[in-house]
Design a protein around this ligand. Structure first.
Ligand code: FEO
Length: 402
């Protein structure tokens, strides 16, 4: 049982999931994931903060029971309604029939829609800044919409300096025994935070920035997210990491994503990488879009300053895996990048170049360099690649100096 008292009368009662292959049926989970839930025990009332995925509900009830014992749960605070946190709400309501569900107007509408739970006095609707007194412990609620759903909010326990942050500052990776960052090695969780943010929250950077600004003045010793470790020692590090990603601030580096059917586009990708390396760039990451996991490509594109996308021509369109990647980039409103393209064609010159240009225009990404190769690399290609690499590296330097 993964139980931990974080500070006096505030307990972790979450669960691990080492079974699911893909989070949201999309994103691989090589290290599993945790669904975090917490109990805040006042002298008079007990509050449960968020719930867990339905598959782990049995373990969840064991965890709750070991803390609550024969006390009832008076409140269920729902900071976020995505079903990985809300799916156990009906079970909680069945187990604690008098429980009051605490949420904002959007939360309550979603619970009724997802789970058809109603009844007099079932809900306690809160607005920004409202609070609940548990007897010696006060929960205060801050609305932080679109981090990353419309109803998202956070709950602060001022005297304990604890913030329940929902998905914000969350990360993939199950909890291997310890719960608080100071009691574990967090290398994997910090690394997975890039992937979690880029894939799950990525599109909503401006709302994340607003939330960080809004909560900046709160006294904080612990951030308790709904996934991953409870942050204590590393609060500054993780808040800065998320703030950087939310502002689309990049680290120097080149990411080359390409799609190739018979190796001709891949050969050009290798030539580009060699020329860029020869110009002194050390961090170069290459992804064959047919081979790499989508979540890793998205993460690297988020993290590093320069994105080069190459595609074979496939029935006048982008190679399908590259098109999926570009759709993911556009969905996440990727910006502040050096962007360059290369394409390969057999008879439809310019079809793919045009498609990549359309993405760039919609995303407001200037194209720093573009290269077109017919059928396979020929006599002129090395010179063209050298010029392409020079243009890319020049654009990187300009961006770094800006
Ligand atoms: Fe972990 Fe947005 O749910």
């Amino acid at each position: 049982m993964n139980i931990k008292e974080i500070v006096k009368d505030i307990f972790y009662v979450g669960v691990n999931d080492r079974v699911k292959h893909r989070f949201e049926a999309l994103w691989q989970l090589p290290y599993g994931v945790s669904y975090n839930s917490y109990i805040v025990a006042g002298n008079e009332k007990l509050a449960l903060i968020d719930t867990v995925c339905i598959e782990e509900v049995r373990q969840y009830f064991n965890n709750i029971g070991s803390i609550a014992s024969d006390r009832t749960i008076d409140y269920l605070v729902v900071n976020h309604m995505e079903p990985d946190h809300s799916a156990s709400i009906p079970e909680i309501v069945m187990a604690y029939p008098d429980i009051r569900i605490v949420g904002n107007s959007k939360t309550i509408e979603m619970i009724k829609g997802f789970y058809h739970i109603d009844g007099p006095d079932r809900y306690l609707e809160v607005k920004d800044g409202d609070s609940i007194d548990l007897g010696g412990r006060t929960l205060r609620f801050y609305l932080t919409p679109m981090v990353h759903w419309p109803e998202t909010m956070m709950t602060h326990v001022e005297d304990a300096r604890v913030l329940f942050s929902g998905d914000a500052f969350g990360t993939f990776g199950a909890l291997n025994g310890a719960v608080i960052d100071r009691d574990m090695e967090t290398d994997v969780h910090i690394s997975e935070m890039y992937r979690y943010y880029s894939c799950i929250v990525g599109k909503y950077g401006r709302f994340v920035e607003k939330a960080i600004q809004k909560l900046a003045a709160l006294p904080l010793s612990y951030i308790c997210p709904t996934h991953g470790p409870v942050w204590n020692e590393k609060i500054t590090e993780v808040v800065e990491l998320v703030a950087r990603l939310a502002a689309y601030k990049s680290e120097p580096g080149v990411v080359i994503v390409y799609g190739s059917m018979y190796g001709n586009t891949a050969e050009v990708a290798e030539m580009i990488a060699r020329e860029i390396a020869a110009l002194g760039i050390k961090r170069i990451i290459m992804h064959n879009a047919s081979h790499s996991d989508m979540s890793c490509m998205i993460t690297d594109a988020f993290r590093y300053s320069t994105l080069i996308v190459g595609s074979a021509t496939y029935s006048m369109r982008l190679f399908p895996e590259v098109e999926s990647f570009m759709n993911a980039m556009e969905t996440r409103e990727i910006k502040n990048k050096v962007f360059a393209t290369f394409s390969n064609f057999t008879w439809a010159a310019g079809a793919v170049t045009g498609k990549l240009k359309e993405y760039a225009e919609r995303m407001k990404l200037p194209v720093s360099a573009s290269l077109l190769v017919k059928q396979s690399a020929g006599a002129s290609t090395p010179v063209e690649v050298k010029e392409f690499a020079l243009q890319v590296v020049e654009a990187m330097k300009t961006m770094e100096e800006a």
